[in-house]
Design a protein around this ligand. Structure first.
Ligand code: NAD
Length: 291
């Protein structure tokens, strides 16, 4: 199946990154959000990130102009009906995602493939609420999308081979590498990564180390490029908490219980870089630990 038009729902950090790489690869993009402000910010960020690639001579000025011209923004989900593939990248909440797919269904062409960039939610369950579970799968990009090489492809129980092959071909055209994961809570990357981040928050909560000492320890002692708390701020603490809740509920094991300190940061609205405060305060020249 030939895919040329892609609809992306959600213009946050993941949605705009997905729009960036897909437009650069030649796909025609319809980017949707409930917030005009998020759409404007998303396109402005794509512009800046493409410009950085031009200045590093990774792409030409014409590549950048052509990619930007391929991105159309819309507040109306119905405008995504003309696309061949939809990648849902809205907030990590199952009710939000379900409502989006329900609203999309009446506008879709019969061949349109539905996918979700969810980090943890059951693909099979999301698919079962649509009219096309066989044309539904998980399409999980990593953050930041233009930089990270991996895309996890997750088949729901009903996903057919044609859908899988079409999505894999998109990953190949983006120049990225796919890994296939079974549809269990948080798939592969976050099943391993999030408990480590959650444990780092427990380490902070129990006073074993400060924000700085925990991050330094993992950078210098385990050779991680970013400390776990810095990484949590980068991902978004609301997203980290949502994933831990999915692991905890889905696998019913207390080892996945979210750290109360993580919950407290989310309740405070300190969600990390996107709100300028999380385990670090980003409002000044350099990030300052908040504990
Ligand atoms: P984000 O908070 O940056 O962006 C979410 C966007 O969704 C916002 O712009 C919001 O306005 C929009 N939105 C909310 N409800 C909507 C609706 N009904 N219709 C259209 N748009 C709506 O979040 P994010 O980090 O971009 O995460 C998005 C998805 O990607 C989540 O499922 C998350 O689990 C997944 N993901 C995140 C990361 C990461 O590192 N942040 C990595 C991989 C996957």
């Amino acid at each position: 199946m030939e895919i040329s038009k892609i609809g992306i729902v959600g213009a946050g950090q993941m949605g705009n990154g997905i729009a960036h790489v897909c437009a650069l690869a030649g796909y025609e993009i319809w980017l949707n959000d409930v917030s005009q402000d998020q759409l404007d910010k998303g396109v402005a960020l794509i512009d800046r990130n493409l410009e950085r690639q031009v200045s590093r001579e990774k792409i030409s000025a014409a590549d950048k102009a052509n990619a930007l011209a391929r991105i159309h923004t819309t507040l109306h989900l119905s405008d995504l009906g003309k696309t061949d593939l939809i990648i849902e990248a809205a907030t990590e909440r199952e009710t939000v995602k379900q409502a989006i797919f329900e609203d999309l269904l009446p506008h879709l062409q019969p061949h349109t493939i539905l996918t979700s960039n969810t980090s943890s939610i059951s693909i099979t369950r999301l698919a079962s609420r649509t009219d096309r579970p066989e044309k539904f799968m998980g399409f999980h990009f990593m953050n930041p999308v233009p930089v990270m090489q991996l895309v996890e492809l997750i088949r729901g129980i009903a996903t057919d081979d044609e859908t899988f092959t079409a999505c894999k071909a998109v990953v190949d055209r983006l120049g990225k590498t796919s890994a296939t994961a079974e549809d269990f809570p948080a798939f592969i990357v976050n099943r391993i990564l999030m408990p480590m981040i959650n444990e780092a928050v427990y380490t902070l909560y129990e006073g074993v180390g400060s924000v700085q000492s925990i991050d330094e320890s993992m950078k210098l002692g385990a050779n991680h490029p970013m400390g776990p708390l810095e990484l949590a701020d980068f991902i978004g603490l609301d997203t980290c908490l949502a994933i831990m809740n999915v692991l905890h509920d889905g696998l019913a094991d207390t080892k996945y219980r979210p750290c109360p300190l993580l919950t407290k940061y989310v309740e405070a609205g300190w969600l990390g870089r996107k709100t300028e405060r999380g385990f670090y305060d980003y409002r000044g020249e350099v990030p300052v630990p908040t504990r």
